[in-house]
Write a protein that binds this ligand. Structure first.
Ligand SMILES: Cc1ncc(COP(=O)(O)O)c(C=O)c1O
Length: 398
């Protein structure tokens, strides 16, 4: 069977994360011992008990009609519940119309791109980045433009300013970040908002700031509040795409939402466009069952101490061994420098010891590697000796 040329092309460049995960599947079957796979952001933690409790309560109510089509942008009561939650969280006047229920963050981003992007309009995102962004952009005829972050993975105004053109439609950030775990500082967010405000005035139409933020509620205690500022408080044309994949540990259930800043104009038209695009993309609506559960789960999330302990264990070990790591403030990834500087060589060396991580080249910044520590302790502890050996083999004394 012959597949489309551009898809064959895309497959060749497709996610390094998936390729590493496939490698893991092969290795687990090769009969040569355990594999310590730290490659995939698929949390092993179970959803919180409240998730199952809500399901039981919903079933016990014995209501009928729970599984039918609903308006394409979601049940009005679910939209209203999320809007009320956001009003408290962000102190901005959200209504249900500002909230669109989506098939995960990924479904939300694709629906939004379909609704906003004209042919060859540009979407800017920052390296290192979640690699699907390029594909999401080209899915809808857009052109990806990649801007580098600084050594701390924060955003510099000048680099962004140089990349913005009259064709820029969306600037996309991801805080807390995959793959680095960093949370954008107020300075980064101020830099972005100043550049975008200037450019929006210059070109006579808003450039939207999209915060892809499935890890939004996964900030470590010591960084919540002042150290984890929200982009909505910096820039009026901000949109959030988020999900419950990570903070409720239910990525397979495919539930999330897009929220538009109440300061964005034309919300009525955007709302209609989102509903239409969800329909013609074939999502039609976000899963009904999950939408029924959400209103009772908005204040529930997985226990962050499960992640905090793993983060601390890995950071202490890696730093003691000699690795250079930026401290992750949210999410469940660490993005250290590859000893010796060649992330592919480092990946191969770790693989020899049956440990899998994702090389930084897969995120558009070579010379680093990503550890996903959403795994059990046995996998993490089992991988530590290999990190020590690979460091010993590859690092070059200064
Ligand atoms: C940065 C980022 N964006 C989007 C997604 C997709 O999330 P969802 O499962 O909600 O579609 C992920 C999943 O790993 C992610 O890490």
């Amino acid at each position: 069977m012959s597949i489309a040329h551009h898809i064959r092309n895309a497959l060749q460049h497709a996610s390094m994360i998936r390729r590493v995960a496939d490698e893991g599947i092969k290795m687990r079957q090769d009969g040569q011992g355990s594999v310590f796979d730290l490659s995939l952001g698929n949390p092993l933690i179970e959803p919180p008990p409240a998730f199952y409790e809500s399901m039981k309560q919903l079933l016990a109510r014995g209501k009928t009609g729970l599984h039918r089509y609903m308006p394409n942008n979601g049940y009005p009561e679910t939209r209203a519940a999320i809007a009320a939650w956001l009003r408290t969280d962000l102190d901005l006047p959200f209504t249900g119309q500002h909230v669109f229920l989506s098939v995960g963050a990924a479904g939300g981003i694709n629906t939004l791109f379909k609704a906003l992007l004209g042919p060859s309009e540009e979407v800017i995102f920052f390296a290192p980045y979640f690699v699907e962004y390029g594909f999401y952009t080209s899915n809808h005829g857009g052109l990806p433009v990649i801007v580098e972050t600084n050594d701390e993975f924060q955003i510099d105004a000048e680099s962004l300013r140089k990349a913005v053109t009259e064709k820029t439609r969306i600037v996309m950030i991801n805080t807390p970040n995959n793959p680095t775990g960093v949370v954008y500082t107020a300075e980064s967010l101020r830099n972005i908002s100043e550049v975008l405000r200037d450019a929006s005035t210059r070109y006579g139409r808003p450039i939207y700031l999209l915060n892809d933020t499935p890890y939004r509620r996964m900030v470590y205690d010591e960084y919540v509040d002042a150290q984890a500022p929200d982009p909505m408080h910096f820039y009026e044309h901000t949109i959030i795409a988020t999900s419950f994949s990570k903070d409720l540990a239910i990525p397979g259930e495919r539930i999330g939402y897009v929220a538009f800043s109440p300061q964005i104009e034309d919300i009525q038209e955007i709302d209609e466009a989102m509903a239409f695009c969800a329909r013609i993309l074939g999502f039609v609506n976000a899963p009904a069952w999950m939408q029924h559960l959400l209103p009772s789960l908005l204040d529930t999330q997985v226990d962050m101490s499960w992640y905090a302990k793993k983060r601390q264990r890995l950071l202490s070990f890696l730093r003691l061994t000699g690795y250079t790591c930026t401290t992750p403030k949210g999410a469940f990834y660490i993005y250290p420098k590859a000893p010796g500087g060649d992330d592919m060589a480092f990946y191969q060396e770790l693989k020899r010891h049956r440990v899998l991580v994702v090389p930084g080249s897969g995120f558009g910044r070579a010379g680093y590697f990503r550890i996903a520590y959403c795994m059990n302790d046995e996998t993490i502890d089992g991988a530590l000796p290999a990190f020590a050996k690979a460091y010993e083999t590859l690092h070059k004394p200064e």
